[in-house]
Write a protein that binds this ligand. Sequence first.
Ligand code: NAI
Length: 264
Amino acid sequence: MSNDQSAISPSPRENAVITGAASGIGAAVARRFRERGANVFLLDRDMPSLHRSFGNADDSKAKLFEADVSDTAQIKDIFAEIERCHGGVDSVVHCAGVARLGTVIEMDEATFDFVLKVNLKGTFLLAKHAMPSLLARKGSFTAIASDAGTQGASGYAAYCASKHGVVGLVKSLALDHGPSGVRCNAICPGFVETPMLEQLFGDNPTDRAFYEKSVPLGRFARPEDVAELAAFISSPAGAYLNGAIVALDGGSTAGYFSTAVLSR
Ligand code: NAI
């Protein structure tokens, strides 16, 4: 499941687990944590892409795991292995997720189940199997939710349901485990320039331009914007953040936008 485990040895360095690290936001978070000197344990179901981005054999601070975040046995085994070989986990940034569009009329039941399984059950499994280690090391758990986790979005029934679930779960985690020193938070991005966004807009530049114009700051987020916030939340600078559901959307969910914004 993992590549050579001998390279990273137990050390005072931060151990950070980052899911969805093969692409987009997860890849940017992985780069940011490596920059700050963390040992990074990178999970994705897309091993070829993970290897392309982080498979440099000389990199003694990155370990790669092929795993499906909604697979109980795989997630359990990975955390057991990190505990056994590397002493435990200080930070989790859970980025893996999927988007499928459709109203309840358009979407079949299997697609709804799939989105809920990856996005919501995946968050549950990550939190469940990371928590013993996070409790022992007073660590931090950060989930990448979405502004669709705090607001409805037309045509995103399953995605919205899953991300509202993630936000609710993170709030409960913060209340359950904050008293023992584990901080649990969620980041709610608006649109971010990643392959997921390309998949959503496809070859429809009109939609893309419309939504981009509607962001008060006039642009979509970059993956690095999300990575910077994730790095802050899990650092000592974020020591008083717990149960925070942080909008990172250029002001999109701050309220209604004005005609000045739409006419630019
Ligand atoms: P992306 O599609 O570029 O990357 C997602 C990564 O997660 C991929 O590498 C994929 O292989 C992995 N993944 C998907 N399902 C998995 C599974 N079951 N097990 C393991 N890995 C799996 O997407 P992006 O944009 O980087 O999204 C990251 C997170 O941010 C997602 O949770 C998404 O819902 C959320 N988000 C994205 C926004 C956007 O506009 N791109 C906006 C708001 C939230």
